[in-house]
Design a protein around this ligand. Sequence first.
Ligand code: ZN
Length: 623
Amino acid sequence: MDYKVIGLVAGIEIHQQLDTSEKLFCSCPTTLRDTADHSGEFFRYLRATESEMGEIDRAAQEEMKRERKFRYYTYDTTCLVENDEEPPAPLNGEALAVCLTIAKMFSMTPVPQIHTMRKLVIDGSNTSGFQRTALVALNGTLPNGGRVETICLEEEAAQRVKDDTFSLDRLGIPLVEITTSPCMHTPEEVQQVAEYIGMVLRSTGKVKRGIGTIRQDVNISIAGGARAEIKGVQELDLISEVVKREVQRQEALLAIRDDLRQRGASASPDDVNNVTELFRDTKSTILKKAKIIYAMKLRGFAGHVGREIQPDRRLGSEMSDYAKVCGVGGIFHSDELQAYGITEEEVVHLRQVMQAGDQDCIVIVAGAGEKQAACAVQQVILRAKKALDKNPVPEETRKMLEGGSTAYMRPLPGAARMYPETDVLPVMIDEKRWDAAEMVELLTEKNKRNAARLVDDYKFKNNYAEQVASSEYFPRFEKAIAERVSPDLAASAITRYYPELKRERVDVSKLFIKDEDIAILCVIEKGQAAKEAIPDLFKSVITGSSIQDAIAKLAPAVSREDLEGIVKKIIADRADFVMQKGKAALGPLMGVVMEEVRGSVDGKVVSELLKREIDRVLAGKSR
Ligand SMILES: [Zn+2]
């Protein structure tokens, strides 16, 4: 697809947690806790306040449609500032220094005075109903010719535990928010810029690492479409896919609008009926539970409500998201009624009652009460009307679903959500403070330098040296070398074992706190366990075992004699397979043997034995 032709415009906002010792507005530590360890809890109701201009923000207004009671977990590592029961302390100087370094790395201009603002957020993620944010610098440059518009220092939000329960350990961790101009025009470019910014941030050595410590929001629009902000993309490699799918969604909405307009489609409250009676004896379990059922006729919408606009998303999904704001579970529509246990007869009857023609779509809303159902009907009509609009793409904040499709969250916040925080004094950025901010070497440069050193010192091949030096675990390599682990073992640990565990979503960084990973590598070096046991040992220790216990839990070491027996038996059982595959049987059989000995034997030894036995079988065949 030619993204320039369709007028793709994208910008990103990157949120990165800083690895400072204290939080932004109190001296609590920035460590995350296990929610099971919370020492107390309390409740809050949050309401939107008016802005300086006397308006209430539209996103906050929508949030207030749901009346929610929020519960918060407190810890012995949180204080009254997180509870919003004590005014904030002055802005953390360490966090500001890191922020200024980052600003310098992007050639930005600092503001003369930092004023902390309150940004209205009443989704429960903040006990105060607002998030504190401070603009620090403006107008930086990017290698693609685009610009970094702003960098702000913010407090991290509370972590959602479940539904309306939040954990306060994360609230207040310093966060930098970097906003680019809408300067990107292809999905790949968005990905590259996000990667570049992430690299600069990591170059400071002062940012938190691991899942959830960096989040990117992507703003996307195409010609004729509208700005959609996709929140919280955590996997960097998914960004280009997210952009592609958003383009697909906006294009589909434009096409649907054209088709609907050609049919003279319409959505009106006049076409709504109470059909509760009609479904009194229904077999559909969902409808049976409902107190009140409304049906609305969307004239000319047949086929379009069920039309796919993104993988796993239809126009009907968008309507359903709108309706959910009122607390209903979703909607049903005549493009797919049978899927919910509604019978053919019921559909025919429904169409009669609604006087629906072939081109009309019937949408059903089932509510627990009149107010809820009426609210949902209103929302569906609102969304249906938007589909007919000159610009059929609503300005929205959307959340990412698995795979990169997105769902509606709330309208885009307007400008009415900021007002000054009067409890925090402004901070001057004078020349002295700005000059004190250090420039740091870019990671890409540093990696090149380290790779050259690995080639010189350990005779690593160029490619491998680069892979090792650019690994996020390179500091662990250096630490292992310092503890006399051999370079080859240390390198294979960081290029193979750490990434493998990360892919399995095991948090390897837990091993780094007490250098247990290095201790395990030393054990391997001394021959007390085979290299193949590394993943098992890492996992055991991460889940709380001592290293000694973890070794004891491994499969008992297999003697050379036993191993030969195992290999011979496995080959004998699979003689046909060996005949058929010849030498290529080695790979698959390797897996079989390793599974049998549960990694307690060096793979090299197994491979040698297998090769010998396979050769023997093949020699027998030719005889
Ligand atoms: Zn605190």
